[in-house]
Design a protein around this ligand. Sequence first.
Ligand SMILES: *Cc1c(COP(=O)(O)O)cnc(C)c1O
Length: 438
Amino acid sequence: MTQEDLLRRSMAAVWHPCTQMKRHERFPLLAIRRGEGLWLESTDGRRFMDAVSSWWTNLFGHCNPDINAAITDQLGQLEHAMLAGFTHAPVVELSERLSALTGHALGHAFYASDGASATEIALKMSQHFWRNLGRPEKNRYLCLEDAYHGETVGALAVTDVSIFRDAYAPLVRPARTVPSPDARRAEPGESALDVAVRAAAALEATLEAHHTEIAAFIVEPLVQGAAGMVMHDPEYLRRARGLCDRYEVHLIADEIAVGFGRTGSFFAHEQAGIRPDLLCLSKGITGGYLPLSCVLCTDTIYQAFYDDRLARAFLHSHSYTGNALACRAALAVLDLFARDQVLERNRDRARWLDEAFAPRLAERPVTAVRQRGMILAFDVLDAPDDFAQQMFARGLDEQILVRPIGNTVYLMPPYIFDRAQAEAMAQATCRALDRTKA
Ligand SMILES: *Cc1c(COP(=O)(O)O)cnc(C)c1O
């Protein structure tokens, strides 16, 4: 297939995600033929540094030899078997290792295939827990303003992004929102910590008034990703944990984007010294190889379902639950974290990113430069309406894949770049930015 042929046929036959297809008349699709490490290569031979880890999934580069080898090995043994009534070594080992990574606080793993399904599972589990305890009135949820937890109908209840939700409003039973602890909301003289304390007070007031009907509070710890890499002080999570305990409300940590080392610690909630009751994982879990998601829960929650009566069980399933290939990919990812001391080495990488970007951004019309581990973001001043699309296109000209959210430019690269590549990312990003503004 020639490049033109591929693009024309894709436009006709493939409905692309999160896309107004008509815009591809002005901004053509790009056909990718291979990936290697940080790089993606298009069918016309151009190369792009994947600075957003292909929608935040790819942790160790494209075509990673170790993950390839693990999946190939698994292919020769078992590709998939239904997980109802059956089990297999990869799913058992993965569950045990994820449990260990939570200090065994979250010792039971339930699997699905994508992030939104993990959100749905956590919401259902929480409500069903309270029902099994004889408190069926606890069936509503709290989420942060601008929260993003996925786009299926159930997950939209806790996704406070109007562009994703408004069209489907008749289908959705929206959660109650509480103020975001967004550090950018600091008044003159205030710190991120002050904003967190203020937002926690608002959470307290809402819980005080409504806790009898609230099953769970769901939060993206430290960074609200799809809201535009909105960052907050860990103190917010510490206070939220205390308030959820006091008012008997589950705390759901949605670490679909921020888990697996993205914010500097293996799980983001660790930086607050807390554990959630339910933890949602996906995206980086397989290093960007295969669809897999997981909800980890406490023994208290698990035990409320363990009973002779079928109706008290968690009767939720997906065909590909616990897929053996995906679990093997996830095990390979955990092996890489251990073998290559990734969390430690990422401290250097985080510094390289800062050192590469800080001086360049200081002389450009941007604000709210912020970083948490392997996420760096800034907001562009006086950005035109189609800034995100323009910047994406100019980025490709500069051999970098960046996909701004509104006027927020962010970098979320795989954990494999060196200092020179951090410089190259900063240089390419700033060149694309300069050309977008012009
Ligand atoms: C991406 C994301 C989801 C949804 O995951 P999908 O696999 O796209 O359904 C949910 N929550 C957060 C925080 C995410 O970043």
